[in-house]
Design a protein around this ligand. Structure first.
Ligand SMILES: Nc1nc2c(ncn2[C@@H]2O[C@H](COP(=O)(O)OP(=O)(O)O)[C@@H](O)[C@H]2O)c(=O)[nH]1
Ligand SMILES: [Mg+2]
Length: 385
């Protein structure tokens, strides 16, 4: 049998902190670290030791033996600069230790695969709200729901299995957007105030705002958080039937962006006195239920369109009126039912896809096919019984 290797990884972000943490774990971890550490010779599990680390080049470290058995595991806390981290990792490599990325180290050292995935995603959670949901999954919420699902399937309790599956599937869309932002596209005719609205929502001037129609030819996007949900807000070129060739390119980009969006904010000019531009009908149709209709420029006297759109949200990009309500409305449309604390949320793309596909099969009465798919998901996720 080949002896398992000893691995080392820098667990802290590259070159950004005053202190870096390097973990070393594997059969030779303790003896190699002992050799390279110029401090006490008596490294005790749990104790904290201070000394220099290295051969010719050496630098101060704080060393802690995390565990001696079953596999030795040592942590070195050193100066955070790239040179010191690089020197320590190179010195360890020269002693036969394999260096790896922190993600691989987390996967190796976390017992349950889903917990490891949650730990990796937690590090990139863009808001505290999404981090809290991922922390729940790290602590086992999703695994417990999968275990309940597995038990129900084993016992052939179809109603209960269906309920667990429905609950998980109902949160799969949210689960896909814990670290990947929702895409909200701002579209509408030229000059209605799309760019002004994006700027107002983002809180700074990111898009070009101009009184002339057709200034935004490329997609400009900005990432914001609405009610704790990460949102990529995407400005588009004004959509109108007749446009120059260059403008036309921007319009096609905008059409694609609307088609791929999670939500489209369809902006109308609430102050326009003449209905000059007709929004492209097939586009508003394609956006379908994913659309929130906004009436902008309500700081101005009412124009022709205001009467025609009694249900549209009323906003002013210029005065800020209605923007708070708009943010709430966007968050509600994206996540109509936020999960309660501790709820199970599928969170890796593969898990979200698998659960969604299984639910589609289950709800069209293809129980056996759904079970086949679920067996594979449950085997991979290794849900505890
Ligand atoms: N009075 C008023 N003017 C606005 C408002 N929003 C945008 N505008 C003006 O409308 C014009 C077009 O705005 P812009 O954001 O470039 O429109 P876009 O072509 O849809 O991106 C600019 O002169 C803006 O200052 C608003 O809420 N109130
Ligand atoms: Mg614009």
């Amino acid at each position: 049998m080949i002896a398992p290797a000893t691995f080392a990884a820098c667990l802290t972000p590259d070159g950004t902190g005053a202190i870096a943490t390097i973990a070393v774990r594997g059969p030779t971890a303790l003896e190699v670290v002992e050799q390279l550490f110029r401090g006490t010779r008596d490294l005790k599990p749990g104790a904290v030791h201070f000394g220099k680390f290295g051969v010719e080049l050496a630098d101060e470290v704080v060393l802690r033996v995390k565990q001696a058995v079953p596999l030795p595991w040592v942590e070195l806390h050193c100066h955070g600069g790239r040179a010191v981290v690089g020197m320590i990792l190179e010195t360890l490599r020269q002693q036969g230790i394999v260096t790896c990325a922190w993600q691989e180290f987390v996967r190796q050292t976390t017992e349950r695969p889903l917990q490891a995935e949650a730990a990796l995603l937690l590090a990139t959670a863009p808001t505290t709200r999404t981090a809290a949901i991922l922390l729940d999954q790290y602590q086992g919420s999703c695994e417990r729901a999968l275990a309940e699902l597995r038990t129900a399937l084993h016992r052939n309790e179809l109603e209960s299995a269906g309920r667990w599956l429905a609950e998980l599937a109902g949160r799969a869309v949210l689960g896909r957007h814990l670290t990947t932002p929702w895409r909200v596209v701002v579209a509408g005719a030229p000059n209605v105030g799309k760019s002004s609205l994006v700027n107002a929502l983002a809180g700074y001037r990111r898009s070009i705002v101009s009184p002339l129609p057709g200034t935004t030819r490329d997609l400009v996007s900005v990432q914001i958080a609405l009610d704790g949900w990460p949102v990529e807000l995407c400005d588009t070129a004004g959509l109108r039937a007749e446009a120059s060739a260059l403008e036309g390119q921007g319009i096609r980009l905008a059409e694609d962006a609307v088609a791929a969006a999670d939500l489209c904010l369809w902006v109308l000019d609430g102050a326009a006195t003449v209905p000059t531009v007709v929004p492209l009908p097939d586009l508003s149709f394609r956006a379908g239920t994913k659309t929130l209709v906004l009436l902008n420029k309500i700081d101005q006297p009412a124009g022709w369109v205001r009467e025609c759109e009694p249900t549209a949200l009323r906003v002013s990009a210029q005065s800020g009126a209605g923007l708070g309500e708009l943010c709430e409305a966007i968050a509600r449309r994206l996540v109509p039912e936020p999960p309660p604390v501790g709820a199970a949320v599928p969170f890796t793309p593969a898990l979200c896809d698998g659960i969604t596909a299984a639910w589609d099969l289950w709800s069209s009465e293809k129980h056996d096919e759904a079970r086949g798919l679920l067996d594979r998901i449950l085997e991979w996720s290794n849900a505890p019984s």
